[in-house]
Design a protein around this ligand. Structure first.
Ligand code: ASP
Length: 446
């Protein structure tokens, strides 16, 4: 038997019309039994996300006038949804109760979580589903980290109980939050409903985790920079992790952990174009699939390179370790460190470095005594990712051919040791041009 967890993001719940689409998708397939929802998102690009408005309610807790204004706009959005869907739900009293409750609880997480709570309530009334609260089921420890094993167990048994009584009903679950041992609501970091979906998928041993958004999957490159990049049909968890780390904004970072361990595939789908195939994320891709050598490319601007040169550096045992210690002491994480015989570059995020730059440079001069110490800002890092690259000998040639044809100077190269990524550094001013030049890599098939 197939079991699908379908998670819908904020844009799929932005208004009554979107909610109707969610219902249609859920009822188009009996296997979609478990529905995880976000709070209502933006209806258009100038709109507010409900979660942001709820957080403002908390931020304005000492300013009655401002709080009232925000509260009224939240109310009017929900009144609109509830009346449009023609459900019987005293949403005004519910919201008044939430505001009152927030005064007792006085926590940001409680208010921030109510968007998901209300989405799930509304959906369960709209199509007679069963609302299953995650407070008391997803458990956070004293360091605000999820206790995964306990949460899987709790959710599994709660769902088994529901299914014993109501086997045919859809179960509607609010994303984004759980609770701690004091029974207080705790939220994940922003975008965390994706994690709830993954936890539920693991708990019910789903055969598929569908993640419904407003795009038809993950693109080969950032569509804001490169026009019409092709869609990625299949990607492994590992490749996705590499791309997400380098800025591809797809799923919350923690989403993959609960499902990848047991190999539940994730399908990114588009609520507005439900028949598009989207992107399938799996632990390994079936061999019949004809894949590209390069699966995707992602990058970020805003890195700084700190170059040290010192004659006979290679003979000083522990040189690199002592150098990295300086960054560790200042809590600056090092992204890359390409080395030569007598040179080493440390690549870090500029925004992290700036406040501590002088301390670090002084420390390097004192400790490492370099012959040359050079700082260069304005570096972009771009990751070219694909498991097929391991077996495609000409890939580095193909990459540099693309760059050469556009006359792009490369400032750094780092070949990931797994062989599935090539990282290059270019000037920030060449960032867009580089991504456009690399688009040609999408035509190379395994
Ligand atoms: N509503 C939350 C946010 O806006 C969580 C989510 O949508 O996943 O971040």
């Amino acid at each position: 038997m197939k079991k699908i967890v379908a998670k819908f993001g904020g844009s799929s719940l932005a208004d009554a019309n979107q909610i109707r689409k969610v219902k249609e998708i859920l009822f188009a397939n009996d296997d979609r039994k478990y529905c995880v929802v976000s709070a209502s998102g933006k209806r258009n690009k100038d709109d507010d996300k409900i979660t942001d408005l709820l957080i403002s309610l908390y931020n304005y807790r000492d300013d009655e006038d401002k709080q009232k204004k925000v509260f009224e706009s939240i109310k009017s959005r929900y009144i609109d949804i509830v009346s449009n869907l023609k459900i019987t739900y005293d949403i005004e009293s519910e919201l008044d109760k939430i505001l009152l409750e927030s005064k007792n609880k006085n926590t940001k997480d409680y208010l921030a979580s109510r968007g998901e709570y209300l989405s799930a309530k509304i959906l369960s009334l709209f199509f007679d589903g069963i609302f299953l609260d995650m407070s008391g089921l997803i458990i956070f420890d004293d360091n605000n980290k999820v206790d995964y094993e306990l949460s899987f167990k709790n959710i599994k048994s709660a769902i088994e109980n529901i299914e014993a009584k109501s086997p045919d009903k859809k179960i509607i679950i609010p994303g984004f939050y759980g609770s701690n041992s004091a029974n207080e609501i705790v939220t994940f970091s922003r975008g965390g409903s994706d994690i709830t979906g993954a936890i539920v998928a693991r708990a019910v041993e789903a055969t598929l985790y569908e993640n419904w958004t407003d795009v038809s999957g993950v693109m080969f490159e950032d569509p804001r920079v490169v026009k019409d990049p092709p869609n990625i049909e299949y990607i492994t968890y590992t490749e996705l992790r590499e791309l997400s780390y380098m800025g591809a904004n797809v799923l919350h970072e923690e989403t993959v952990y609960p499902v990848s361990k047991v190999g539940i595939p994730i399908n990114i789908l588009n609520t507005n174009v439900p028949n598009d195939k989207g992107t399938m994320i799996m632990s390994s891709i079936p061999s019949i699939v004809k894949r590209r050598v390069v699966t995707g490319i992602a990058g970020k601007k805003g890195f700084t390179s700190i170059l040290l040169q010192k004659t006979l550096m290679n003979e000083e045992v522990g040189f690199v370790a002592r150098l990295l210690k300086i960054f560790e002491k200042e809590k600056i994480s090092v992204e890359h460190c390409p080395t030569g015989i007598d040179t080493i570059s440390i690549i870090v995020r500029t925004e992290l470095l700036k406040a501590k730059e002088n301390i670090i440079l002084d420390e390097i001069k004192k400790e490492m005594k370099p012959d040359v110490l050079n700082v260069e800002d304005g570096l972009s890092i771009i990751a070219i990712v694909g498991e097929g690259m391991v077996y495609h000998k000409e890939i580095t040639y193909e990459i540099f051919k693309c760059l050469h044809e556009e006359n792009i100077g490369v400032k750094m190269i780092d070949l990931g040791s797994s062989g599935i990524n090539v990282i290059i550094g270019v000037n920030d001013s060449d960032y867009e041009k580089t991504l456009m030049a690399l688009k040609n890599l999408s035509s190379i098939k395994v």
